[in-house]
Write a protein that binds this ligand. Sequence first.
Ligand code: LLP
Length: 436
Amino acid sequence: MKNELICDNLSVNAEGHLCLAGQDTTALAQKYGTPLYLLDEDRIRANCRMYKGAADAAFDGRFRLFYASKAASFKQIYRVMREEEMGVDLVSSGEIFTAKEAGFPLENALFHSNNKTDEDIAFAMDCEVGFFVADNEEELYAIEREAERRDARQKVLLRLTPGIDPHTFAAVTTGKVDSKFGTAIETGQAEQVTKIALSLPHVRLCGYHCHIGSQIFETDALLRAADTMLSFIARMKQTLGLVTEILDLGGGLGVRYTPEDPTIDIPAALAGLGLAMRRTALRLGIDLPVIALEPGRSIVADAGMTLYTVGTRKHIPGYRDYVSVDGGMTDNIRHALYGSRYTLLPADNMTAPRDLVCTVVGRCCESGDILQERVKLPSGIRRGDLLACLTTGAYHYSMASNYNRLPRPAVVMLAGGDSRVAVRRETPEDLTRLDV
Ligand code: LLP
């Protein structure tokens, strides 16, 4: 069996309890209750530093990193990003507001989204968000109108679709021509939108953006996207005399959810990307722009874990065994939405033989509320035992819902041997707060 402790911040202590960042998950569950999101802050910081070192080496110091905060967005995360001197990628007025409340310096932020409302655009300008990533022509005009009203000049990147399919899950593929995101190179619209941007007096076109998808293991797809973008940049230099300052290649590098998933060596991947891009730039006769990256998942995913308490067990002779937990699709929609694989472990009993094969389900009124199938657990597992779902730092808390009026779990951060609440658990009063 491959090592189920898929990240080196996981261990098992003398009592047979699973530990995250050296802290006993059984003790944490007792202290904070379940379901509970844990986030290893030291790991998040280490991931930021790893990216920085890797990008610095790969792009000769000419890089910018923007943490894609849709992966996990709450005030403490933005404080950590500020301390780590990371930029952030924000996709809504809500994320902008949260970052601002956390005191994040918004000049070091990008504002994404394929459909920014006029109110979003005005709010982002009020907050002095550094860069807007304009998705399309219509949005460019809306940015121009608002900037003109303020007599300002807004820095903008244009989001393009390079027409690359990274062969990841369809719902998270974004770089194909047929996409709700961005403006296509292939159709000639990218060139057209570039000309428009250059003609708008209150827009300062700083460069281009693309993001081909998420949970990518084929780093070759990134190389092809970079190549297509550089060729386009060279063409814009030739035809329009445009010197592109920034090329943002988005995020998307995959992480391990199960022992079967491959490991991506991010420094090696970025080094390969840097080398290939320098060669391409040389061949095309352009200077390599500053390279921006927007990692989300690969910054926070392996820092996270969700703890659940086991409830009902059900054996259906000739069919299967169900083990239910006190959370489910409200705190983890990813299996229901994408069929995502996870590693689930009996956190308070790691040494017992795993002789039960079961389906772990949540407590929502919906048959699709499944966390994982074919999970191996000790056959003695029963009500009150603790279950851990690994790698839940990205797209879990941020995609959580109150379906069935279930309160969202607390987020507890672990740092330097201590733990503290970063987002408190919702109460019944929180659930009715907006009801009139
Ligand atoms: N930049 C842009 C423009 C993006 O759309 C995304 C993710 C990222 C960066 C960050 O990608 P990452 O490094 O996290 O792969 N909810 C899905 C993932 C959706 C990703 C959306 N965009 C999931 O749970 O797998």
